[in-house]
Design a protein around this ligand. Structure first.
Ligand SMILES: Cc1ncc(COP(=O)(O)O)c(C=O)c1O
Length: 394
């Protein structure tokens, strides 16, 4: 910091103030270090800049002390080495695709994937010359039959966050590794707490931090996490070339959510489990799609690989109820809001027309699916609310 010269005009002295703000000040909160311009001490430093070097500060778009702190904490939670931040979970997905694929490459996506991931893949196929194929999420080791010489990337989602099939991650990643194909998982469901992707052979984990990490339903952000430095650099370069960045203010909001994330996740998990168990006893519900339930597709993989489930599960209503009646049920709920995303304190419910979302793995159920996200409200109140809304079906 240059010294202020008292002979300079007030306007100049306001722009070039003297001294550090609060030397020796410490608190538990992450300091918010906002920056577009990063100031260099000398030209030798400028000329030594190398985008690969994570220890150098270059420009606010790429990293600040606040965003770096968040990246380090996310990598630690997930058991990874390197993290990058993007301004939404979906932009983390697109960062992976644009970082790893080019025209002529082939990519495999599970049929139950988060639908904007599917839309992104379809766009790459339509306009960018990438071949995109969908696979049955329960395919397991048989994915080997789908891998071609041009296959460069296989997406996984565990479980599919609407229909809840849990893939055999280790079987899919083993087949991919045998053919040098990179795997990327959307690991948002587990928040990196209940499923450790790198221990199951996954190369890249994507988190929508918008959800449990933030916990406040007020921030959009995503992360790509990996143990592999070469992959990390590919994603970092693509991120830089696309001009992707996040604000330190938003990073500070996500950092604020991390210490309570595990306790929140477990509280969501307990209430969701109890409500799913209770819904299983209800005559209106034909199927409970909760990975911890023995009849949920892929339950064996869940039991083997996961340590918890969080607040998300789906139910399929008995086919005697029309889609319009189920819409009526959802709208009759008072404590469950209608809205996308999850991970905050507020419960959500949303009906889905799953049949129309599939192209490979046919959907076996005839009734309407409703996905519940169980928030942090009192569980008995949520149960009473669902009960009064079910009564409207009679
Ligand atoms: C499974 C899953 N992955 C990724 C995302 C994308 O997150 P964002 O809303 O931050 O783009 C979502 C959002 O709903 C999601 O449900």
């Amino acid at each position: 910091m240059k010294k202020t010269d008292s002979r300079r005009a007030l306007q100049t002295r306001i722009i070039h103030p003297e001294g550090e703000l609060a030397p020796g000040f410490e608190s538990f909160a992450a300091p918010v270090t906002r920056a577009s311009t990063v100031v260099f001490p000398d030209l030798a430093t400028v000329r030594s800049l190398d985008w690969r070097n994570d220890k150098q500060w270059r420009y606010g778009l790429h990293a600040t002390p606040t965003s770096t702190l968040l990246m380090q904490r996310l990598a630690a939670i997930e058991g990874g080495e390197h993290a990058l931040l993007q301004p939404s979970g979906l932009s983390s997905i697109s960062n992976v695709n644009f970082g790893l694929l080019k025209a002529g490459d082939d990519m495999l996506i599970p049929d139950n994937v988060y639908s904007p991931n599917r839309e992104h893949g379809d766009w790459l196929a339509e306009d960018f010359g990438v071949s995109v194929r969908y696979y049955d999420p329960l395919i397991g080791a048989r994915i080997a039959d789908l891998i071609r010489p041009e296959t460069k990337l296989i997406w996984l989602e565990a479980p599919g966050s609407v229909t809840m099939e849990v893939p055999d991650v280790a079987a899919i990643t083993a087949a991919a590794r045998a053919r040098n194909v990179v795997t990327a998982i959307d690991n948002t469901y587990s928040a990196g707490l209940a499923f450790r992707p790198f221990e199951h052979g996954v190369d890249i984990s994507v988190q929508a931090l918008t959800k449990y990490q933030s916990g406040g339903s007020d921030v959009l952000m995503g992360a790509t996490i990996t143990r592999d430095r070469a992959l990390y650099l590919k994603l970092k370069q693509a991120r830089m070339r696309m001009g992707i960045g996040v604000s330190s203010d938003d990073c500070a909001l996500v950092l604020r959510g991390l210490p309570s994330m595990k306790a929140r996740f477990e509280a969501h998990d307990r209430s969701a489990m109890a409500l799913a168990e209770w819904l299983k006893t209800r005559d209106e519900i034909a199927v409970i799609l909760h990975p911890a339930f023995a009849d949920c597709p892929g339950h064996a993989s869940f039991k083997r690989d996961f340590t918890g489930a969080g607040g998300l599960f789906s139910v399929v209503f008995h086919e005697r109820y029309s889609a319009a009646q189920v819409d009526g049920f959802v709208e009759a709920l008072e404590l469950f809001s209608l809205g996308w995303s999850w991970g905050g304190a507020h419960s959500l419910a949303m009906p889905y027309d799953v049949g129309s979302m599939r192209t490979v793995a046919s959907w076996p159920h005839r009734g309407t699916l409703v996905r519940f996200y169980i928030g942090l409200e009192d569980e008995a109140d949520l149960r009473a609310d669902i009960e009064q809304a079910l009564a409207t079906l009679a």
